[in-house]
Design a protein around this ligand. Structure first.
Ligand SMILES: C[S@@+](CC[C@H](N)C(=O)[O-])C[C@H]1O[C@@H](n2cnc3c(N)ncnc32)[C@H](O)[C@@H]1O
Length: 274
């Protein structure tokens, strides 16, 4: 309860929650660019990074683990993605795979999977490989964001999902997204305001309780919400918010053996309706 109040208290003006005047000014600046990108909706069409090639400079452990994942999921991401993006996909698949083993998680395939806060959906291939969904949807509020090369996030996202059947990318605020799914995933959702500012988003988009409430609404009875947080501390904040909207934790997994360098150990939690 306390954590939800902390998370949304700032928006109600009840407390400062560590938000400085500088943060508010930054938020205003981010808001300007966010709203400008929403108004312009710039797009050149799907963009695929052309360079592909084998994964290079891997440590022996990375090599072993990527080979193992490629073998067991019959998917070599480097055949269709640039090495950096391929390794990113292995790292997302690695967390899912280890969590599945550790928790005895009975993953259902051929279902509707929705990912919330997908950024440019660079990891869509990993979700597709793991869940074998009959529909995969990535939902992102800031999908029109423009990159330095003149391409927008949706251009990259469309490139990333081009080869994936039954996969789409939707630009929407998840709070207003009303499609049901058997599985909903959220990788590193914002549960405190500072990371949102670091992602150059305005504080007006910080409503974790409302986002999680929408997850509970959109999850079919018997469905699964899979959340990954950056650290145990962040997972603890997220837990308070998820419990407040009626979700019940069915297991959590601390990922200590990272495939890519990380500052903290991510935590994957599995949630069901109460
Ligand atoms: C920390 S980033 C994580 C991005 C991505 N899941 C990943 O693993 O790389 C959180 C993402 O959630 C998006 N987001 C935040 N609030 C949202 C909302 N209400 N609806 C949809 N997306 C949202 C942000 O724009 C951002 O791209």
């Amino acid at each position: 309860m306390k954590n939800t109040a902390q998370a949304d208290g700032w928006m109600n003006g009840q407390r400062s929650n560590g938000i400085s005047l500088g943060d508010r000014l930054r938020s205003g600046y981010h808001r300007f660019w966010y709203e400008a990108s929403q108004a312009v909706r710039w797009s050149w069409g799907p963009f695929r990074e052309s360079f592909k090639g084998p994964l290079t400079n891997l440590t022996q452990t990375q090599q072993q683990r990527t080979d193992e994942l490629a073998r067991s999921y019959r998917s070599r991401f480097e055949n269709s993605l640039p090495p950096e993006t391929a390794l990113l996909n292995y790292s997302y698949l690695d967390i899912l795979d280890r969590a599945k083993q550790a928790l005895g998680w009975p993953v259902s395939t051929n279902q509707r999977v929705c990912d919330l806060g997908s950024a440019n959906f660079a990891y869509a291939a990993a979700l597709h490989t793991f869940f074998h969904p009959n529909r995969l949807t990535g939902v992102e509020v800031d999908g029109h964001r423009l990159y330095c090369n003149g391409r927008s996030r949706i251009d990259y996202a469309r490139g990333h999902i081009q080869d994936l059947p039954q996969t789409e990318y939707v630009i929407a605020d998840y709070r207003q997204f009303t499609r049901q799914a058997e599985t909903i995933t959220a990788w590193y959702p914002f549960v405190t305001p500072k990371p949102l500012l670091a992602w150059r988003l305005p504080l007006s988009l910080f409503h974790p309780a409302a986002v999680f409430a929408q997850v509970a609404n959109n999850l079919v009875i018997g469905g699964t919400f899979v959340m990954v947080n950056h650290s145990a501390a962040e997972a603890e904040v997220a837990r308070g918010i998820a419990e407040d909207v009626g979700l019940v934790c069915a297991g959590h997994y601390l990922h200590e053996a990272h495939l890519r360098p990380r500052i903290a150990d991510p935590v994957l939690t599995i949630w069901h309706h109460g």
